[in-house]
Design a protein around this ligand. Structure first.
Ligand code: NDP
Length: 298
């Protein structure tokens, strides 16, 4: 019997499943299998992006699952090549078309673009219009630091429902999480397992992963669970939303089998203490259309 993921209530009342499937770097074929597998296993949240190149397969996987669309929480993201008000509206239409859906549950701006912030504000205002028109049930951002959030909030009407950011035991971003709490923004954790250390490391030999950390490995052994399950349990018990990515059916199932054990407060504190303060992903202040010239073709 599959257990259901708990949900987090967003600041507009929408329910966000606390555990979902990410599909960054999943090829189109892998994405189709991953989405079908995840939905069969009980996942109800799928996280994609225009920049991932697999929105059609996410949509196809949802249709093949036979599960009512209303039961599935679908997120996609606007890439920076479509920032600005009108381009963002076009980018949203293109994402919906690729997904084969007629609304989104969550629409996110993929990056803050601090050096091109007018375009970011324009894109967010487009997201506000999509929210008002009922085409997105919730809107938010990714990779915003506290100062980016303050800047955006001072220029727009709707407080983001979600900020999707790098959070795993080696990078917990406590100050950012406090800023989220002040504004009622849900923290959605990308690279929840520390995947960015695997694919993003400048020196793969120097890469370390929370999955191999002795504290995590010991807890996994204590509970008869895997390191990945311990890490995801840590996210859930902190009230965070996690979106682990896998293209392997056994890992997709493993990552959702986390509802039958509880870490103690001391164990959670021990995992908190693993924070290195060093991000694995790109520095948000440095992301703009020059440093990331990739364009989404709509
Ligand atoms: P994750 O922390 O989810 O790690 C993914 C990696 O871990 C993959 O290499 C995967 O390999 C492996 N893995 C998955 N499950 C297990 C397991 N149980 N045991 C061992 N290894 C495992 O990293 P991601 O960076 O992919 O982040 C997750 C999602 O977050 C993305 O897919 C995307 O949706 C989102 N994201 C958003 C970003 C943003 O800027 N907004 C940036 C980056 C990610 P395999 O597939 O072979 O199983």
């Amino acid at each position: 019997m599959t257990q259901a993921s708990p949900s987090l209530e967003l600041n507009n009342g929408v329910q966000l499943p606390a555990l979902g499937l990410g599909v960054f770097q999943s090829s189109p074929e892998e994405t189709l299998l991953a989405v079908e597998t995840a939905l069969a296993d009980g996942y109800r949240l799928i996280d994609t992006a225009a920049a991932y190149g697999n929105e059609p397969e996410v949509g196809e996987g949802i249709r093949r699952s036979g599960i009512d669309r209303a039961e599935i929480f679908v997120t996609t993201k606007l890439w920076i090549s479509d920032y600005g008000y009108e381009p963002a509206l076009r980018g949203f239409d293109a994402s919906l078309r690729r997904l084969g859906l007629d609304y989104l549950d969550l629409y996110l701006l993929h990056q803050p673009m601090p050096t091109e912030f007018e375009a970011t504000v324009g894109a967010y205002k487009a997201a506000e219009k999509l929210l008002a028109d009922g085409r997105a049930r919730a809107i938010g951002v990714c990779n915003h630091q506290p100062e980016h959030l303050e800047h955006l909030i001072s220029r727009t009407e709707v407080i983001p429902a979600v900020n999707q950011v790098e959070v795993h035991p080696y990078f917990t971003q406590p100050e950012l999480q406090q800023a989220h709490a002040r504004h009622g923004i849900a923290t959605q954790c990308w690279s929840p397992l520390g995947g960015v250390y695997v694919y993003g490391a400048a020196d793969p030999n120097a890469a370390t992963s929370p999955l191999q950390d002795p504290t995590i490995v010991d807890l996994a052994s204590k509970y008869g669970k895997t390191p990945s399950q311990v890490i995801l349990r840590w996210h859930l018990q902190h009230g965070l939303c996690a979106i682990p990515k896998s293209v392997r059916p056994h890992r997709i199932a493993e990552n959702f089998d986390v509802f039958d054990f509880q870490l103690t407060a001391t164990e959670i504190a021990a995992i908190d203490a693993l924070d290195t303060g060093r991000r694995g992903g790109p520095e948000p202040d440095l992301i703009n259309t020059s440093t990331f010239p990739f364009r989404v073709e709509n």
